[in-house]
Design a protein around this ligand. Structure first.
Ligand code: ADP
Ligand code: ADP
Ligand code: MG
Length: 651
C-alpha cells in the first residue's frame, strides 16, 4: 500500500489525510464542484474532481470514485464515515478492482448493516439485545400483536436505518399504524428498503458504545466506551469517554459483549458496537456501525492511540499493536459537534459564506475540521462543520477546557449551534454527568426572542465602524476627527444609536442611550481587538462581511456572544430608517435645504423636521415618534457628513 484515496470530504477527509501522510503514504482527495476550494483538496498530494455538488453525482458515485482511483494510480481506498463507508457493495467493488479496502470485511458490513440480520447473528452469543420483534411477517397485524406482547412504549425502527431516520417512538396501540406507515415510507426513501423491526423502548437510557478493533489474524479487542447520550432526533451532539455511568467492572462486561459481537461476524478494522444502558444498569445491543465513527477522537485522546493509523496497519495485514490488557484509559475527553444551524429556530441548517473561522487553541484542545475563512457552507452535505474535543486528567478539567474553547470559537457568516453547545456544557445535568438521551427535551429551552446585543459589543461595533471610515491608510491620524459620529444598528427591528467621539487615535468616548463609556485600544490585528473599557481589558474578534460593501455587516465575537450588526445609515437610501432613539442623523452627505421646526416645539410622528438635499435629490427627514425637539444642531445651507447629528428629539 503506497497511495491512498480518501472517498470523503470535510473534516474526516482532512483527519485521514493527516495520518496517512504522516505515515508516508501518498494521498489522493476526491471532491465535488462545490468543494473545489476546500482544504481537504489542497492538502492532498493529488485530487480528482468527481462531479457536480449533489452527493449522488459525486461522493456517492461509485463509478467516478473508482475511475479517480485508476487515474491517480491509487492502491487503497479509505471511505471515512457516512457516504459509502457502510456500503458492502462499494467495498466489494473496491476489492474487485484490485484495490485495498481500508475497512472491515464486506460480509460483516452486510450483516451489521441490517438491524434484523445483526440481531440474528448474535442469537448464539451472550450479547443481550433489546427485546423486540424482527420477524419476516411485516404485516400490520403481526406488528400490532408483537407490540402488545413486548409492551408499550415501543420503538419502530428501519432495519436498514442510520442517522436516526425511519425511527418512531410509539406510546400506545392506537398510534402504531400511523407510525408504521410513516417509518416505512421514510425508510424506503432514505435506504431503499421498508423492512421494519420493533424494539421495547428503553426508558431514559444512556447511549453507551464500545470502540472495537480487529485484525485479519482473528484478534479483536475493545478500546473502552463512549457515552453519546446527548442526542437530537437520535443523532449525537456531545460525546465523551469514559462514560460517567460506567464502572471498571461494567466496562469489562460491556467491552467483552462488544468483542463477542464483532467476533460473531468475523470482524476486523475499526467498528463500534452500540448499546443502551437502562436505569437499572442493564445494557442492550442496538446496532453495530462498521466504520470509523464521527466521535472516535474522544477514544484517541483517552487511549493515546491513532485509530486511523490502526486502520492502515490492519489493512496492510499487520496484527493489532496492543493486546486487551495493554489498553489503558487516561483522563477524560469530551467532543461537541459544531453544526451550521440555528438552535433557536428549530435547528434549521444555515448556509452561507464563512467570513471568518477562528478555531480555539490551548492545552488539551483538539479541533477536527475542514473549514477555512472564505469557504461556503452549501446545502448539499451534512451541516456539521467542526468537532471541538478537549482532554484533561479529570472530567472537570476536560469540561472546563471545552467551555473555554467554545468561548474562543468564532464563526462569522452562518448561524451555528455554539450557544446551544455552551448551554449544554454548562447545564447542571451535564456537569454532574447525569444526562440521558432525554437531555435535550428536558433541558433545552430555546430563547423565545433573540437576546439583545450587549452594550459592550454595541460600543465596539460603533468604534470599529468609525475606524473603518476615518482611521484608514498609512497615516491613521490623517483623517482623525474630533466631531462625534453616530451609528445606527438595526437589531430585530429595533434601531439603536451609538455615538463615537475620538479623544486620541487610540481612545474613544462612546455614548449609547444614557450610557457613556471610554474604550482604549491596547492592540489590534486584522480581526482581533484588545481593548480597555473603563479599566477592564478584554478581546473582541471581528470581521466586516466583504460581500456587502455598500452596507457592511460587522460580525463580532466575544465570549458568549456572536453578533452581526449592520449600520443602517450606510444601507441604500430607500431603506434608511431614522433613529428611534431620538438622535436624528444625516443619512448621507448633503446640505440642509430647509428646517421645519424650532427648539422646544412639540412634533408628531411623521411630521417633517427638515429637508436635506443629497445626490441631487431632496429627502424629507420626518419625526420617528411623537415628541419634543430638544436641540437643533444644524443651520440652513450647512454641509452634512454622513451620520452627523442634526436634531435631538425626546419623548
Ligand atoms: P451514528 O449516529 O449512526 O453513530 P455517526 O455519529 O457516525 O453515526 O454520524 C454519521 C453522520 O455523519 C451522518 O449524519 C452523516 O450524514 C454525517 N456525515 C457523513 N459524512 C460526512 C462528512 N464528510 N462530513 C460531515 N458529516 C458527514
Ligand atoms: P441509527 O442507526 O439511526 O443510529 P440506533 O439504533 O443506533 O439507530 O439508535 C439511535 C438512537 O435512538 C439511540 O442512541 C437511542 O437514543 C435511540 N433508540 C434506539 N433504539 C431505542 C430503544 N429501543 N429504546 C430507546 N431509545 C432507542
Ligand atoms: Mg446508531
Amino acid at each position: 500500500m503506497n497511495k491512498i484515496l480518501i472517498a470523503n470530504r470535510s473534516e474526516i477527509a482532512v483527519r485521514i489525510l493527516k495520518t496517512a501522510q504522516s505515515f508516508g503514504y501518498e494521498t489522493v482527495a476526491v471532491y465535488s464542484e462545490a468543494d473545489a476550494n476546500a482544504p481537504h483538496v489542497s492538502m492532498a498530494d493529488q485530487a480528482v474532481l468527481l462531479g457536480p455538488a449533489e452527493a449522488s453525482q459525486s461522493y456517492l458515485n461509485i463509478e467516478h470514485i473508482l475511475a479517480a482511483a485508476q487515474k491517480s494510480g491509487t492502491d487503497a481506498i479509505h471511505p471515512g464515515y457516512g457516504f459509502l463507508s457502510e456500503d458492502g457493495y462499494f467495498a466489494r467493488r473496491v476489492i474487485n478492482a484490485g484495490l485495498i479496502w481500508i475497512g472491515p470485511p464486506p460480509e460483516a458490513m452486510d450483516v451489521m448493516g441490517n438491524k434484523v440480520a445483526a440481531k440474528l447473528a448474535l442469537v448464539e452469543t451472550d450479547v443481550p439485545c433489546v427485546p423486540g420483534y424482527s420477524g419476516e411477517d411485516q404485516s400490520e397485524e403481526a406488528f400490532i400483536a408483537a407490540a402488545s406482547s413486548i409492551g408499550y412504549p415501543v420503538m419502530v425502527k428501519a432495519a436498514a436505518g442510520g442517522g436516526g431516520r425511519g425511527m418512531r417512538r410509539v406510546a400506545s396501540a392506537d398510534a402504531l399504524p400511523d407510525a408504521l406507515a410513516s417509518a416505512k415510507s421514510e425508510a424506503l426513501k432514505a435506504f431503499g428498503s421498508d423492512e421494519i423491526l420493533l424494539e421495547k423502548a428503553i426508558v431514559n437510557p444512556r447511549h453507551i458504545e464500545v470502540q472495537v478493533f480487529g485484525d485479519m489474524h482473528g484478534n479483536v479487542i475493545h478500546l473502552g466506551e463512549r457515552d453519546c447520550s446527548i442526542q437530537r432526533r437520535h443523532q449525537k451532539v456531545v460525546e465523551e469517554a469514559p462514560s460517567p455511568a460506567v464502572s471498571p467492572e461494567l466496562r469489562n462486561r460491556i467491552g467483552q459483549a462488544a468483542v463477542d459481537a464483532a467476533k460473531a461476524v468475523g470482524y476486523y478494522s475499526a467498528g463500534t458496537v452500540e448499546f443502551l444502558l437502562d436505569e437499572t444498569g442493564a445494557f442492550y445491543f442496538i446496532e453495530m456501525n462498521t466504520r470509523l465513527q464521527v466521535e472516535h477522537p474522544v477514544t484517541e485522546l483517552v487511549t493515546g492511540l491513532d485509530l486511523v493509523a490502526w486502520q492502515l496497519l490492519v489493512a496492510e495485514g499487520e496484527p493489532l499493536p496492543l493486546q486487551q490488557e495493554d489498553v489503558t484509559i487516561q483522563g477524560h475527553a469530551i467532543e461537541v459537534r459544531l453544526y451550521a444551524e440555528d438552535a433557536h429556530n428549530q435547528f434549521l441548517p444555515s448556509i452561507g459564506d464563512v467570513h471568518l473561522w477562528q478555531p480555539p487553541i490551548g492545552d488539551g484542545v483538539r479541533v477536527d475540521h475542514g473549514l477555512a475563512s472564505g469557504m461556503a457552507i452549501t446545502p448539499y452535505y451534512d451541516a456539521m462543520i467542526a468537532k471541538i474535543i478537549t482532554h484533561g486528567e479529570t472530567r472537570a478539567i476536560a469540561r472546563r477546557r471545552l467551555r473555554r474553547a467554545l468561548h474562543q470559537t468564532a464563526v462569522f457568516g452562518v448561524e451555528t449551534n455554539r450557544h446551544f453547545l455552551l448551554a449544554t456544557v454548562e447545564h447542571p445535568m451535564f456537569v454532574n454527568g447525569e444526562a440521558t438521551t432525554n437531555f435535550i427535551d428536558q433541558a433545552w429551552h430555546p430563547a423565545s426572542d433573540d437576546q439583545p446585543v450587549s452594550s459592550k459589543l454595541e460600543a465596539l461595533a460603533a468604534l470599529l465602524c468609525y475606524q473603518r471610515t476615518y482611521v484608514t491608510g498609512d497615516n491613521p491620524l490623517k483623517n482623525w476627527r474630533s466631531q462625534p459620529s453616530t451609528y445606527c444598528f438595526d437589531q430585530e427591528n429595533r434601531i439603536r444609536t451609538v455615538t463615537v467621539q475620538a479623544i486620541s487615535s487610540s481612545s474613544y468616548k462612546i455614548q449609547s442611550g444614557s450610557e457613556t463609556t471610554q474604550i482604549c485600544i491596547v492592540s489590534q490585528t486584522q480581526n482581533t481587538l484588545r481593548f480597555d473599557q473603563d479599566g477592564l481589558q478584554d478581546t473582541v474578534v471581528y470581521a466586516f462581511n466583504p460581500a456587502t460593501e455598500s452596507s457592511p455587516t460587522l460580525w463580532l465575537h466575544s465570549g458568549q456572544e456572536t453578533v452581526a450588526l449592520t449600520d443602517v445609515l450606510l444601507a441604500p437610501p430607500e431603506t434608511v430608517h431614522v433613529a428611534s432613539g431620538g438622535n436624528i442623523i444625516a443619512p448621507m452627505p448633503g446640505s440642509i435645504m430647509r428646517i421645519d421646526v424650532t427648539e422646544g416645539e412639540n412634533v408628531s410622528k411623521g411630521q417633517s423636521l427638515l429637508l436635506i438635499e443629497a445626490m441631487k435629490m431632496e429627502h424629507t427627514i420626518a419625526a420617528p415618534f411623537d415628541g419634543k425637539v430638544e436641540q437643533i444642531l444644524v443651520e440652513m445651507g450647512q454641509q452634512m457628513k454622513p451620520r452627523e447629528l442634526m436634531v435631538v428629539l425626546v419623548n
